[in-house]
Design a protein around this ligand. Sequence first.
Ligand SMILES: NC(=O)c1ccc[n+]([C@@H]2O[C@H](COP(=O)([O-])OP(=O)(O)OC[C@H]3O[C@@H](n4cnc5c(N)ncnc54)[C@H](O)[C@@H]3O)[C@@H](O)[C@H]2O)c1
Length: 341
Amino acid sequence: MTIKPKRRILITGGAGFIGSNFIRYMLHKYDDYEFVNLDILTYCGNPRNLEDIQDDPRYSFIHGDIKDPDIAKNAMQGCDAVVNFAAESHVDRSINNPNQFIKTNVHGVLNLLRVAKDIGIDRFVQIGTDEVYGSIDKGSFTEGSTLNPRSPYSASKAGADLLALSFYTTYKLPVVVTRSSNNFGPYQYPEKVIPLFITNAIENKKLPVYADGMNIRDWVYVLDHCSAIDLVLHKGKIGEAYNVSTGNEITNIELTRRILRFVGKSEDLIEFVKDRPGHDKRYSMKYSKIQALGWEPGHDFDRALDETVEWYKKNTQWWKPLKESAGDARLWEKSETEKQA
Ligand SMILES: NC(=O)c1ccc[n+]([C@@H]2O[C@H](COP(=O)([O-])OP(=O)(O)OC[C@H]3O[C@@H](n4cnc5c(N)ncnc54)[C@H](O)[C@@H]3O)[C@@H](O)[C@H]2O)c1
């Protein structure tokens, strides 16, 4: 006799950075949950991120596109909940090629919401970003702040958030949205600033800091983000958005210096480069709403950053091939071919 799992959850985009950390986190925490991972495996989706759990009988993988109604239906069949991580996620690439961001982040989410409504899913968690609020010089955004996205990436994510929330208002689909600040940790594709800078420092390459390095970001360790998603999945109020941040606000130049210190390299590797167009100056959010649900970040920023550096030092066989095939997404102005795609 087979025993029905207590919960079967569809994770979309689970082969990426946060999704793979989330699947591993949840498998460790819940013995009786099953996870189906639907991922198209873009350049960021990497089956090696889940190599250690691929034979776990509670885990299965479907290679496919969230935009495809049949694939989404097949993947969602028998699931109680959906957590959607699938996205095009790199701001610099959205400057080169906004089309792909609208296709995946808006049309893809709409497709998942439609299928979830038809199937009668109990809980749909849409993973969003603080970037939907735009930049703020002083103070911090709350969940009630006006959305003011300023890049094609954040505009597409704002579209996804609003579509998801509209499916609650219009069809009573039990949707919850999270809006997290920047994540860091193991398995992050080495085009994003922290893994790019750690791996460049390891390789004695320059660390390209945009403009004067005074842009401010609030960093969340990926496992803290995972615990926040877990909480919202189980206890979040449907139809609501929850900010996830930590108050670890630091300038990019200070972040760069700390990375160099932890890797053990000189600040001579810092190179100031032309700014990203429309570069948001500062992100900052209040996260008292998710604190009221019982969440607190459990990791000290410096310790988690140091551990992340150690992970990249130990796992060169994971990131070296990715870096060799990726090119440098920071060179946004050089990619004419992509612009026309
Ligand atoms: N990384 C951050 O700092 C951060 C912060 C806040 C929110 N987010 C959001 O969290 C989510 C995950 O981010 P990440 O950093 O892990 O991104 P990632 O780029 O590492 O992973 C995205 C995953 O989605 C998959 N994917 C892309 N298009 C797909 C499609 N059409 N169908 C199926 N799968 C598809 C990719 O193959 C990849 O595995 C995204 O929605 C992102 O917007 C990220």
